[in-house]
Write a new protein. Structure first.
Lengths: 632, 166
């Protein structure tokens, strides 16, 4: 633990606006989000609003189509000011998405952000109980009742401030990592760039010309590498791996091991981490489309290598001493795999996703073959052509014009690569056979000399980092962002950002855009002197602490909780004291105190009990409405 | 007039694992009964025995502690939690409260199937058992608080602990 941690104590109960007399009833505002139908298609939000108005001290309950939108937040802020609200509930999506958003809205209304409670009625109600709208509606009401109950027991809290280390770690020295590093360095931020191999540029080093600019990838790599090598803000560690990560935004402790002998493990502190760990090319299994069985079957990276090593002046394309007269390209090898059709890769998980870059790469290479070796016949076997990016469709039309012959297969029936029967072997030793859907399922067999497998992308092998950094991965195994549209380069751990294909298949343009976004996000984090953390740490209520010291025995964090001597009513006594900089808020101490003298701020036992009561209680107004009560 | 019994299930779900795990169930549009209520907690190690017993006394029929297991981000918390739940379970057993009403399990951020299975299992148990005996739970809660007080060197009954059914 670093020394600066020791000094912080939460500042509590700073007077805020909206102060009220101690005995005055609360004024709670409840906001229910339709989420554009995601919630309101299942949950009867109007009924929820009408019902929760009957809860104690709820003075307003409103429905909004998108509570997280600017107008949605403005409604909350305005109501706090105009209706003098002193507690706010928003029932919307998961707190991981918008709890911070609404704490911000509440703050702008002059209210302490911890007088806010978030209720998750999307992931945990409308989406999970789609076929039970009545049940989902009742659940939403009870969850809001729980939140309202909790808000009767909350107090203002102040965030804990820790110094922000203005230095970023970029993991991976491919184009994504180099781009992110140079963007950050250009903004005056120190960067530590860690690359596991001996060269910067990663996969791009071996790619030849790249679409849609047709520039040599080497130029791109060299341009970026020159920038990062010469920038005084960037420190590069080659042949190095990040072996340990702990801490949090502004204060990550990392350990880096360099392969060269004699170099000790580097331990250092950074404020943000950019994951630019890239992808692994899919390697077909032995025998998949005769790969590694027949030398004429190669992967796209291997074919690119062949083209690059063939001199420009060469009239013929030769491979393994064999002149290539006809060549087949196969799309979707190792991508868009189907259960029951494809053998899962060794990790047991089918690559069900589209690798996105292979179609255009195949068409680009098909064109290159036709241009450089006009006598070579090119046959393209596709499932779908997905030339989705700007300028990429041109490759398809150009390939069609250049005489590339296209065949289309059904995903359930991939083409078969076989040895050509002896009688036709002169035409090509290999043949690709398919039921061609462009000719209404006709079985066609094309003899060729070479088959190029359009292999896709696989997630990088970074299981250790994923484990240590508590990163989420998607079903595809790639690192997962918080939100694909709203927060595309952030992960659920604050201070860690994603750049490039570590997140999923991307082309170079997308990779560089993501890397730039991640760098700017990190730079924005560094704009603040301090990092603000939720004040979720234990606190002792001295009016209840009797010095039993039971809590201290339960704490596994050295220095976080100890007994200290103090004067109480003239006598020197021992009392428990929390060091907020070292307390992690686990609450192991809370359960053992016979006097309930210690609690975790923001997660107090009385707050949980109030929530349980809200869930267990009858739905307000269900048994007898207030009108009926009045009649009696 | 009485409606058919629908058990109320409380899930104490950890912020780092089970709560996002429960979110993942919704995101995948997988369904589970709507009588399942999920409370987000940093670590369930926080809760004293009387918290659980109090929940039963308020009419919660079953409690699923959905923790992080070996992924627990806090040193020692999971082991302490396991011991605490063990003690609670034996207390419930000796006190006559069905132990099927409490269960501790680990649910990860993507453990959709495990979450659904745990809910289904708890649900089955509770339909068989019927509603919780709230009076018995309240009696056990009081005993639990008294036992805690009796062990203290400086006993001082905090008012919050004396209260009965809310």
């Amino acid at each position: 633990m670093s020394e600066h941690n020791q000094q912080v104590q939460p500042q509590k109960n700073k007077p805020m606006q909206n102060e009220r007399a101690a005995d005055a009833p609360l004024r709670i505002g409840v906001y229910i989000c339709r989420c554009g139908g995601n919630i309101s298609d299942v949950v009867d939000v109007d009924r929820v609003a009408e019902t929760v108005k009957l809860l104690p001290d709820v003075v307003t309950a409103k429905v909004h189509t998108f509570a997280c939108s600017d107008p949605g937040q403005q409604t909350i802020t305005n109501d706090i000011l105009e209706q003098n609200l002193d507690r706010v509930v928003v029932a919307s999506c998961t707190p991981f998405l918008h709890e911070q958003t609404f704490r911000g809205a509440v703050s702008r209304g002059g209210l302490n952000p911890y007088l806010y409670e978030h209720v998750n009625i999307r992931e945990q109600a409308s989406w999970a109980h789609k076929h039970d709208p009545e049940g989902a509606t009742i659940k939403a009401i009870r969850m809001i009742a729980a939140a309202v109950g909790k808000l009767h027991h909350v107090e203002p809290l102040e965030q804990i401030k820790l110094p922000n280390h203005r230095r970023a770690l970029v993991v991976g020295g491919g184009i994504a990592g180099m781009k992110a590093a140079s963007e950050l360095a250009g903004r005056g931020i120190k960067v530590l760039l860690v690359e596991s191999s001996q060269r910067l540029g990663g996969q791009l080093n071996d790619r030849g010309r790249v679409y849609p600019t047709e520039r040599d990838a080497k130029e791109l790599v060299e341009e970026l590498a020159r920038r990062v090598r010469t920038h005084s803000n960037i420190e590069i560690l080659m042949q190095s791996n990040v072996t340990a990560v702990s801490g949090f935004i502004g204060n990550f402790k990392v350990a880096i091991r360099t392969e060269a002998a004699g170099i000790p493990v580097t331990e250092t502190t950074v404020g943000a981490i950019i994951m630019a760990t890239g992808f692994r090319p899919y390697v077909p299994q032995d025998g998949e489309f005769l790969y590694r069985t027949e030398p004429g079957v190669v992967t796209m990276p291997e074919f690119l290598q062949l083209l690059r090593s063939t001199p420009d002046a060469a009239r013929k394309l030769t491979w393994n001493g064999r002149v290539i007269r006809n060549i087949a390209f196969l799309h979707c090898v190792g991508s868009r795999q189907l259960d029951g059709v494809h053998e899962p890769p060794p990790n047991g998980r089918l690559n069900t996703y589209c690798s996105r870059t292979c179609c255009t790469t195949i068409l680009q290479q098909a064109l290159e073959v036709r241009h450089r070796f006009p006598s070579v016949g090119v046959f393209d076997f596709y499932r779908d052509i997905r030339t989705y990016g700007r300028g990429e469709e041109n490759y398809y039309s150009a390939a069609s014009r250049a005489g590339v012959t296209f065949f289309r297969y059904n995903g359930e029936e991939p083409p078969r690569v076989e040895l050509t029967p002896r009688a036709r072997a002169k035409e090509g030793v290999l043949s690709v056979t398919l039921n061609d859907t462009l000719t209404w399922g006709t079985e066609l067999s094309v003899p060729v000399d070479m088959v190029v497998l359009g292999t896709g992308m696989m997630p990088g092998e970074i299981a250790d980092l994923i484990e240590q950094m508590k990163l989420a991965t998607g079903e595809d195994g790639f690192l997962q962002e918080v939100h694909p549209k709203l927060r595309p380069v952030e992960v659920s751990v604050n201070g860690i950002l994603l750049a490039g294909t570590a997140q999923g298949p991307m082309n170079i343009q997308e990779t560089l855009a993501a890397a730039g976004a991640a760098a700017v996000k990190a730079a924005a984090m560094f704009a603040r002197e301090d990092v603000e953390l939720n004040p979720y740490v234990a606190e002792v209520d001295l009016s209840r602490c009797c010095g039993e010291a039971l809590c201290v025995t339960q704490c596994d964090y050295e220095g976080a909780l100890q007994m200290v001597s103090m004067e109480v009513e003239g006598a020197t006594v021992e009392r428990a004291q929390v060091n907020a900089g070292l307390c992690v808020g686990c609450g192991a101490c809370v359960a053992v105190c016979p006097n309930r003298a210690i609690d975790v701020n923001g997660w107090r036992l009385d707050q949980f009990e109030a929530m349980v009561d809200g869930i267990a209680a009858a739905i307000p107004g269900q048994e007898c409405t207030p009108e009926l009560v009045n009649i009696h | 007039m009485s409606d058919p019994f629908v058990p109320k299930i409380l899930v104490l779900a950890t912020d780092k694992c089970a709560y996002p795990g429960a979110d993942a169930v919704g995101k995948a549009h997988q369904e589970y009964p709507s009588n399942v209520y999920i409370l987000r907690v940093l670590s369930p190690v926080l809760f004293p025995e009387d918290f659980y017993l109090r929940a039963y006394s308020q009419g919660i029929d079953g409690i699923l502690i959905a923790a992080c297991g070996s992924d627990c981000p806090y040193h020692g918390a999971y082991d302490r939690l396991a011991v605490r739940i063990d003690e609670l379970t034996s207390r419930m057993k000796s006190g006559g409260l069905e132990i099927e009403r409490i269960r501790i399990t680990a649910i990860c951020t993507v453990c959709i199937k495990a979450f659904l299975k745990e809910i289904a299992q708890m649900s089955d148990h509770l339909y068989q058992l019927g509603p919780v005996n709230r009076e018995l739970a309240e009696q056990l809660r009081r005993e639990s608080v008294e036992r805690m007080q009796a062990k203290a060197r400086f006993p001082r009954l905090a008012p919050a602990l004396q209260g009965g059914l809310g």
